[in-house]
Write a protein of this length. Structure first.
Length: 281
């Protein structure tokens, strides 16, 4: 993507994020910036210049309240709440707020029969068992069900799988109904939510299970942080979070190590002529 396209994309993502913020604050739903969005806020005072999306997180109970609130609050003419319950062709365990009348095609979803509008991600956080063996089993269980559904719905995998595993997943996906796989996937992701645990983890984050785990206490104390020409909530312990996630996070990575989403196509639709105004890049 060209720089001007990324700037316009960021403008539209900020518009979506403003709607998420409005719904959360009206309904007293706790949310927080995570991953590259939080890194951008701290290091760039806004978007990471080469980053193509925005990521927010919520504890599962807040996430469920947010999804329910969107049914009444979200303008269906302008936005689409994409979850595994609102879009039969969608595979992920997190939600996306999509901007209707736009299109962005990523490499992983290029063959999926799902809404492809410009989006902002909202990740639920679920409990992680404290026991190491149970944690390993939990990670494996989540991996199997999420990959089964992705294969079933025509999504491409970001990491290379062993050919034997690929064949096994393909064979299982061919005979198991999507609805059954979805139910088992939800059970796997939320299995420990009724337990008191020290750690929580994002549902299908880009960095996988162990790197995405954070202490539950991080989610209990939040602060407002400037982002471009607005502000959003995030962890008060953002420094510890970013060090655990990225190491020396204030240092710019070399060009070849910059995490760029594989965007194959972008169409701004009716927003194509809107002048970009994103600050902090």
């Amino acid at each position: 993507m060209e720089h001007t396209e990324i700037q316009k994309l960021h403008d539209l993502e900020l518009e979506i994020a403003a709607e998420i913020k409005r719904i959360c604050e009206k309904n007293r739903i706790r949310y927080f910036m995570i991953a590259g969005t939080l890194l951008g806020a701290v290091r760039h005072k806004g978007f990471i210049p080469w980053d193509a999306d925005m990521d927010f997180g919520m504890l599962r109970a807040d996430f469920d309240r947010f999804v329910a609130a969107c049914a009444d609050e979200l303008d269906p003419e302008k936005f689409f709440l994409q979850t595994d319950g609102t879009d039969p062709g969608y595979t992920y365990a997190f939600a996306k707020i999509r901007l209707n009348g736009t299109r962005i095609v990523e490499g992983l979803s290029r063959d999926a029969a799902a809404h492809q509008g410009i989006f902002v991600d909202i990740f639920p956080f679920d409990n992680v068992p404290d026991n190491r063996l149970l944690r390993t089993l939990h990670e494996r269980e989540r991996y199997v069900w999420k990959n089964l559904l992705a294969v079933k719905l025509g999504y491409h995998n970001g990491q290379k799988r062993a050919k034997s595993l690929q064949k096994l997943l393909g064979a299982a996906a061919a005979v198991l109904p999507a609805g059954f796989i979805r139910k088992q996937k939800v059970k796997a992701f939320t299995r420990y939510n009724g337990h008191l645990t020290k750690m929580v983890v994002t549902a299908e984050g880009s960095y996988r299970y162990y790197r995405e785990m954070i202490p539950y206490r991080y989610t209990q104390k939040l602060c407002r942080m400037p982002f471009a020409d607005t502000e959003f909530f995030t962890f008060a312990s953002y420094d510890a979070y970013l060090k655990e996630m990225y190491g020396d996070y204030m240092k710019l990575p070399p060009e070849e190590q910059r995490n760029k989403h594989a965007v194959m196509e972008v169409d701004f639709g009716q927003y194509a002529e809107v002048k970009s105004s994103v600050r902090g890049e």
